[in-house]
Write a protein that binds this ligand. Sequence first.
Ligand code: FAD
Length: 339
Amino acid sequence: MTGLASIAGAGLMGRLMALKLLLRGWEVRLFDPDSRAGRSSAAYTGAGMLAPCCELEGSEPLISQLGRESVSEWRGIVEQLKAPVALQAAGTLVVAHGRDARELERLRHRTGDCGEVVGEDRLRELEPELTTFRRGLYFAGEGHIDNRQLLAALERTLLSFPRLQWIRGKLEEDAGDLVVDCRGLGARPDDSELRGVRGEVIYVRAPDVRLNRPVRLMHPRYPLYVVPRAEHVFVIGATQIESDYLGGITVRSSLELLSALMSLHPGFAEAEVMETCVNCRPAYPDNLPRIRVSPGRVRINGLYRHGFLLGPRLAEIACRVIDGERIEALESRIVGDLP
Ligand SMILES: Cc1cc2nc3c(=O)[nH]c(=O)nc-3n(C[C@H](O)[C@H](O)[C@H](O)COP(=O)(O)OP(=O)(O)OC[C@H]3O[C@@H](n4cnc5c(N)ncnc54)[C@H](O)[C@@H]3O)c2cc1C
């Protein structure tokens, strides 16, 4: 099936859907009131971790099952883009200070045989600079993608299609053959189940620190992750607060994140704080995504903290739904009719 598709929302899901539909021969109009940089999208703030195993800590196994192929799916997408995007699959290392060893043990139980328990020698091999830790959990195969490079590369790639119109504004009438609603939290006026889950991240530049992969520090109250970007820049995150307040990062969150950061690696003490960034994750009550369908309309939302992990898979499922294909049992839990 092809025709004219109107997509509302040019955040992560809207851009991915636009690319998929263009590649399938559709003419696409992409609507978003924000500028093409996408700064108001959750995707601009999201750390871009692709961590199907670590996510078992607080998510349903379905998320992990759906997200397992995400690194290779992203590789396929990144290869088609017209600008480079850093995508790494060097695994995730999880550590805890001695007093929080139980947190590490709890994660090991939650993740089953997904992770490798690593002792001091292996830990040094993976991350030579994390000298204060003796034990950890290593999740090979997990990865991360640079979210902002991705948004920019998708923008450039989409604009290279003559069949794409990028319209700054909201989708009004005259929608064409298909409407794809990817408004994230912007869909709340029509979707009372959606809620925002506030997340705060801090960007630092730390010339004295070298990490080869995302590192998570377990803590009973404020767990931390550190995601390396190019040129000694690190994304530090993220808080998870049941609130849709979009105001700047609080003193409490900054202190918690930054003191946990310094306890991870002393080199972070002299790091330059470059930017703080806040947005809210669009979530449904069970924190699972939804693809809702009615004739001529598809709504994809509730990606919560898994937009990067699940985005390519959800876009693929949505395209199959649009083409009227059968949905597999695993996926049927998140696909349904529009109320
Ligand atoms: C702090 C933080 C950390 C995160 N870390 C990760 C991570 O490590 N890994 C991971 O997988 N996920 C992560 N996420 C989650 C991920 O960012 C989201 O799941 C994902 O961005 C949701 O994609 P979306 O397209 O549904 O929404 P968004 O990316 O928010 O895009 C929605 C778009 O819709 C537009 N819009 C709103 N209203 C309208 C309207 N009326 N008409 C047209 N357009 C409209 C908005 O301007 C926006 O551009 C994180 C999120 C946050 C906040």
